[in-house]
Each structure stands twice: as structure tokens, then as C-alpha cells.
Design a protein around this ligand. Sequence first.
Ligand code: ZN
Length: 465
Amino acid sequence: MLFRHFFTRTHKIILSLAIFFVAVALLIQLDNPDTLNAKPDRNLAAVSQPTSLQSLQSPQSPQSPQSPQSPQSPQSPQSPPASEPETQSYLIKKGDTLSDIFESKGIPASVLHQVLEADVEYLSLETLQPGKRVTFKYDRHRALEALVLRIDAARTITFAIQDDGAFVARKEESETHWYSAITRGAIKGSFYASAVKSGLSDAEVAEVANLLKSKIDFRRDLRSGDTFTVITGREMTHDSPTGRQRIEAVSLLRGLKAYNAFLFDDGNYYNETGESVLLAFLRWPTEKRFRISSSFSSDRLNPITGRRSPHNGVDFATPVGTPIVSTGDGVVSRVGNHRFAGRYIDINHSGTFETRYLHLSKVLVKQGQRIKRGQKIALTGNSGRSTGPHLHFEFHVNGQPVDPLTADIPTAAKVPDVKLASFKAQVSKQLASMQSQISLDVILATGSPQPTRTTKENEGLHDIN
Ligand SMILES: [Zn+2]
């Protein structure tokens, strides 16, 4: 009895204490909105970065003075209670598609549709490269406010929502410069094997061969002991490489005869006397000329969406099935199919130039294929979003779209007379550094990210094809 009585009293005290502590705990929690607003991370693999990337905030932020209470968003008729704007960053993995990523984050397909629509003039979301980052910015109602794609260390594209719920793309670029390095080698076996052994990448070897192939037969003309010197450029922003590379100069010594190519500031390659070593560009991507249905514009009223946006190319009114030719020598860098751009082809020309052909009915080339100027690459069509059969043609110089019909692009076979003096000054500087054993940064004063690479022993059986 005594034992039972004692136990009951102790129990009552403990119970009272427990009730008291629970009540206190509840009160503390009610006082702390952060605790109530904490919600599980909806994103499977993303890292939450609530305060970073403030500088990338879209101009139409929910705190904008015109609409302090009603952020214009098509996704938020049934919005959850307001919370702090949030930023999440997502590292792209192999095999990811944009629609998978949007789905995993619970963003409606209609928003994906709007973002893709804004990307039609860039096609930047078409090839998601593993290791790159996309950042999602949400407003206080958890509606997507902006999507930021980091293209490389120097470039981002921001897709930001507008008052009408549409997204607009804006490209941002930090300052870049080129660092140069010299690679030397001697032929032993094939040129390909010798050049790779000297430290050039496969793409660089192919580019060197492409630059000199009209002068030299790489299979038959080279002898063991012939030498080559290549200046390669690497694009940098601050101290980080952006991943862009280019060949700046090539000198191949066959016996006593030198074969040279120099990249000039117009993006074209010339020999030491200023004659073009590559075929120049055609202005028109078709053999016949067609009416221009919409010209290049940095601010065009879109006939379908009714919004103002850049028109990064020229539209030609071509009947479906019209043959399209590549306007220059190059390599097919991408073949794709986009909801709005339709079937399309990108061709890379020596790293500096790119051409793009949209709304195709049939593609006649494959990614990675080397293309000659004037070669038939596709048939025109009406695929994607289009007001009627036409070809949309773009020309990019160092990543910037220009008007292909009027821009100062290399269509001539020579360095223009007015620029010859500065071209020759550049050539003598580059030749001096290539012939010298002194490190390049002493002579060019541009700095060199890598020590000069010199290889004497080259072996192998591969060949350029
Ligand atoms: Zn167009």
C-alpha cells in the first residue's frame, strides 16, 4: 500500500512537470517563425544557397514598388503562405534533362514551356553539360522567378519572369582575355601521333591540319624530322580558364620550306604574306536567293508572341525542301530538335565563328562531321514554332550573333590593305617567338599559363583522316 501510494504521488509530480515543459516548448516554437517555416528540401540533389546570387536577382522582384502585395506570377493562384525568397543551385548530372530537373523541383510544365520559349534565341538549355550549374530563384510564394545557367566561368544566361508571366533571357559576360602558349614537336610517324605527343589535343591537331591542308598532304608530304610549332590560346576570366581555346599561329617546317597560318583580329587565318589560308565565308546559306521575311534585329516585335525580343538571325522565305549549304568550312557541333526552333544544326568554324540553321525539315549531316563551304547540309522546313516555311540563319562571332548579310566577316581572300601593316607586325612577333627558345611570355607579354612544351621523340601509327 505504502509503495503504491508513494508511486502515485511521484507520478503526479512528474506528470505536472512534463505538462509544464511541453507548454513552454510550444510557446517558444510559436514565437519563432523560422521553425514553423522550415520545410523539407524538395530538391533531391541540390544545395540550398539562400543568400548567394543576390546580384542576379531579376528586375521584376516581388518587392518591386508597383506591386508590393501581388507578385505577378502565373503559378501562384493557390500559393502557400509567403516565405522568404529562396535560391537553390543544381549541379547537372549525366543524363539530366531540363524537364526532369523541373519535375523533381515541382515546377509546373507550363513554366518550363515559358523558359524554353525564352531560350529560342540562344538554345543554351538544349545541351545540359554535366558539371555545369543551374540556379533556381523563387519568390516568396515559391514560384520560379528566375533561372540562371552558368555557361562557363565568364558567362551566364538569366531567364527572368516578367509581369505577364513570360520569361526573358539575358546574357551576362565578364571580361575575358587570351593567354598564349607554345607547343613544339618533330615528326616521327604520323603527324597526328607526333602532334598529340607534343601536347596538342585531338581538336587542336585537327584544326592545325585543317589550316594547312590546302598546302600540304599530311599523309605523304611530311618526313621524319620535319618540325612544327603551334601557338595555342586559352580564354581566361580573372584567373580561371573558360574552356574556350583557339589556334593562334602554326608554322610547319618541311625541309627548308615553312608553311604558316596566323589568326588575325578579323577571325580569319592568313599566311605570312596576308593571303587567306581558308576559304572565306559565303553570305547566303542557299544557292538561290530568297526573300528576307524577317531581318536581323536586336529588338524585334515577335509576330507570334507579340513581345519585343532580339531576332538573332535572318529569316529567308524558303519553300519546304530547299537545300541549305554551309556558308564556311567547319565542323558540325550540334544537331538538335527544339520545341520552338525545330530541327536545327550548329556549325563551328575554327572556334571563332559559328553558323546556325533552324526550322529544318531534314538534316543531312551528323554531329562531329567536317563540312566544306558550300556543302549541302539540310533541307529547309517549317519545324518548331514558325509562321510558315522559312529558314532562320544565324552567324556568331566569338559567341555574339551578328547580321550575316552585313557584318564584317571574312569573305575576302586577303588581309585588307589598310590592315596589312598591323598584320605584318603581329606575324613578325609571333614568328620570332616561335623560332626562339625563349618562353613566349617574355616576347608576347601576355603571360603563359603553361610552360612551353617541347617534344622531340614522337612515335605512332595513327593518321589524320
Ligand atoms: Zn527567325
